[in-house]
Design a protein around this ligand. Structure first.
Ligand code: GLN
Length: 468
């Protein structure tokens, strides 16, 4: 998609302004139903487009941005009431600076679960987002707005963030490509932090090639993020078409057990077989600590969130309660009024597992299990080049199906969260659709996981899977 548009831009067949106006028209026409966008500012994007340098790799290409990534002068709500009233970003996140340096134009802010906590975008305090394939269903989450916008063709491509699956799972549910880079590959500076040891920014796109183009633009060391890695960024496009012949692809038995929807299993197994037909060697492997991944994640992520979210106190930015009696009352009421129920649940959980007396039993224990999960992958990557699995056990569920019980959604994160705990890259590629009971076609994604900093090979395998 991007390279076609780039050719048209360079040849003068179209202009950045025309692309933006077309997108804005499509947003007006369709986004009332889909609800992918929280805001968009056509006028300032057109001003940027007037100066677009079409010789750059993403010259003149608009990119939608998840509303937890700071873009200078724009709102950045994180899907929360806390930041939706009066916050405007005072600076560009590093990924935005890098996109601009590559010629891209950030355009439109996409909906998300509040502070990226969720798997359905239903935890957004601001808006409901629907799956473009079936408006009765969730788009997935937390980057549900980014995935829905790409699937609805109201975005050329989008950025999301992934702490436990938030790029890959909505990509799978909406039938688009979603890449979570290795921890440290992309700067987190300017991303509103959820769980700092797990968060990564990455692309949601129409194609694997588009994902490679965007990763190329946003990857690299940043002195403002001490966890970003000072290692050279390879060329992600060179080997993209090299195929899977001779590669060893691991199938973890723990990822193909009970509880997977039969339609999802069939599509994923068919894609796996097709990769084997193209010359890949399939190897059965084991990731023995998989069963502890959900519990480990739901200790570590809330622990880090409870610390990260302490900055929202009603003093420096965001919501402040109207008439507090004293400073403590100001903190309490501002937080009580500003945060939604899932965010409060995570803060309470996180504070609990970090409290003295429970720290060793929960938080330290979870860190030890995290190490075991990381070692599972290190051992596996001694035998195989990449690992294949489903992204989610089921296709997109109906909106509202869970009521007030988040546990089913937590459990459905089983295939995505281990990659974050281990810091390794993973991509979701659409591999077909299954029929819903309502007669709609619901997309299914194949997940490909690779060793740390192994994005190039991951994209190469994804490209082969996409071609099927
Ligand atoms: N679904 C997971 C959660 O609710 C992951 C969210 C994410 O990756 N931001 O925490």
């Amino acid at each position: 998609m991007i390279s076609t548009l780039r050719h048209q831009l360079v040849s003068g067949e179209t202009t950045p302004e025309a692309i933006l106006k077309k997108l804005a028209g499509d947003i007006s026409a369709r986004d009332g139903q889909t609800g992918a966008y929280l805001s968009h500012d056509l006028e300032s994007a057109l001003n940027e487009a007037a100066n677009a340098d079409l010789s750059l790799p993403l010259g003149g290409i608009p990119i939608a941005i998840k509303d937890n990534i700071n873009v200078l002068g724009q709102p950045c709500t994180a899907g929360s009431k806390f930041l939706s009233e009066n916050y405007e970003s005072p600076y560009d996140a590093t990924v935005i600076q890098k996109l601009r340096a590559a010629g891209a134009i950030p355009f439109g802010r996409t909906n998300l679960d509040e502070f990226a906590m969720g798997s359905a975008t239903e935890n957004s305090a601001l808006k409901l987002t629907r799956n473009p394939h079936d408006p009765e269903r969730i788009p997935g989450g937390s980057s549900g707005g980014s995935a829905a916008a790409v699937a609805d063709l109201t975005a050329i491509a989008a950025l999301g963030s992934d702490t436990g699956g938030s790029i890959r799972q909505p990509a799978s549910h909406c039938g688009v490509v979603g890449l979570k880079p290795s921890y440290g590959r992309v700067s987190r500076f300017g991303l509103i932090a959820f769980a700092s040891s797990l968060d990564q920014i990455g692309p949601l796109t129409h194609s694997v090639e588009d994902a490679a183009l965007i990763l190329q633009a946003i990857a690299g060391y940043d002195e403002r993020d001490s966890t970003s890695l000072d290692v050279p960024v390879p060329d992600y496009l060179t080997g993209l078409n090299d195929g899977v012949k001779g590669l060893k692809l691991g199938l973890p038995k723990e990822y193909f057990g009970d509880g997977i929807d039969p339609g999802v299993r069939q599509k994923v197994e068919k894609a796996v077989q097709a990769l084997a037909d193209q010359g890949a060697e399939l190897v059965e492997i084991s990731l023995p600590h998989t069963q502890y991944a959900v519990a480990t994640y739901y200790v570590i992520a809330p622990a880090e969130a409870s610390s990260n979210l302490s900055r929202f106190d009603g003093i420096r930015y965001g919501h402040r309660t109207a008439s507090p009696t004293d400073i403590l009352d100001l903190y309490k009421k501002s937080r009580e009024e500003g945060f939604g129920p899932e965010v409060k649940r995570r803060i309470i959980l996180g504070t609990y597992v970090l409290s003295s007396g429970y720290y060793d039993a929960y938080y330290s224990q979870a860190q030890k299990v995290r190490t075991l999960i990381r070692r599972d992958f290190e051992n596996a990557f001694e035998k195989v080049d990449a690992i294949l699995s489903p992204v989610a056990p089921s296709p997109a569920r109906k909106i509202g199906a869970l009521g007030d019980d988040p546990l089913q959604d937590y459990l459905a994160d089983i295939f995505t969260i281990a990659a974050n705990l281990a810091g390794i890259p993973a991509i979701s590629v659409p591999v077909g659709t299954v029929d819903s009971d309502g007669g709609k076609n619901l997309p299914v994604g194949l997940q490909i996981l690779g060793p740390h900093l192994g994005e190039a090979k991951l994209l190469q395998i994804a490209k082969a899977a996409e071609a099927l």
